[in-house]
Ligand binder design. Structure first.
Ligand code: MG
Length: 256
């Protein structure tokens, strides 16, 4: 686990704050406009239009060759799903969208999972548990604490909700580049990582499963990550700024 961390300057934080706010608006607009009957490709195109309208660009498109504007991960897809013209969204689906926008040389990165109707109890537990794990992780992100404290808070909440914790993918520093040090795992047992200091910007992003924690990478597209047992997965992500007091949630909107 890398001990590196980046302390952003006040000038950078002004730009990062704006990029994150723009990204959060786009995230919520996509979730509001998504509906059963459209394809995931339609949703990706819509996301591309909304991102363009901000004056920014998708931070994901062409990142290591990623083909979409955003990641759209339906049901058993954990992360990195690609919008497809042959994939029609149904009212029974749960849909994760992960949105990254770069604007004025700064980055925003945020994700949420939503359903179209009141989900059955296990799905409710997954969605509520994953969102709560994110919020518990954020609450632990105080200057003077360590990355491990965030990881422990996320892990504790995931355990309480009896959800599998994906280990292959983790949260990360963010701000000027999409992925900056340090890594922010959703589990403990690896050390404690760097001490949190004001000016650090972190993406906390629990990826939790209803069943097994093990996942499989789609060998055809080399992007799509699915649960190994085919059960549902959820993903919530906020970008936060470490301050002298409470962390500032840079991707906060009333809706999430
Ligand atoms: Mg991220």
């Amino acid at each position: 686990m890398s001990g590196n961390r980046i302390i952003h300057t006040p000038e950078e934080i002004v730009r990062i704050r704006r990029a994150a706010a723009v990204t959060a608006q786009v995230r919520d607009e996509i979730a509001r406009l998504a509906h059963p009957g459209m394809t995931t490709f339609d949703l990706d195109q819509l996301a591309g239009s909304l991102i363009n309208a901000t004056g920014g660009k998708s931070a994901f498109k062409n990142y290591h060759g990623f083909p979409g504007n955003i990641c759209i991960s339906v049901n058993d897809v954990v992360i990195h799903g690609i919008g497809r013209p042959d994939q029609i969204i149904t009212e029974n689906d749960i849909v994760s969208i992960d949105v990254g926008v770069t604007i004025d040389h700064a980055m925003g990165d945020t994700a949420l999972t939503f359903s179209f109707k009141e989900p059955e109890s296990d799905t409710r537990r997954l969605l509520d548990g994953t969102r709560q794990a994110l919020m518990d992780g954020i609450a632990a992100a105080r200057a003077g604490s360590f990355i491990r404290d965030i990881s422990a808070a996320v892990e504790k909440c995931a355990r309480k909700h009896k959800l599998g914790i994906v280990r292959e993918y983790v949260g990360h520093g963010c701000g000027i580049k999409l992925h900056e040090p340090p890594e922010v795992p959703n589990y403990t047992g690896w050390g404690k990582g760097p001490r949190l200091e004001p000016g650090m910007v972190l993406c906390i992003e629990p990826m939790l499963n209803l069943g097994t924690d093990s996942v499989r990478l789609d060998r055809k597209d080399n992007w799509t990550v699915r649960t190994a047992d085919g059960k549902l997965s959820a993903h919530f992500e906020h970008m936060i700024l470490i301050t002298d007091n409470e962390p500032e949630i840079l991707t906060w909107q009333k809706t999430m």
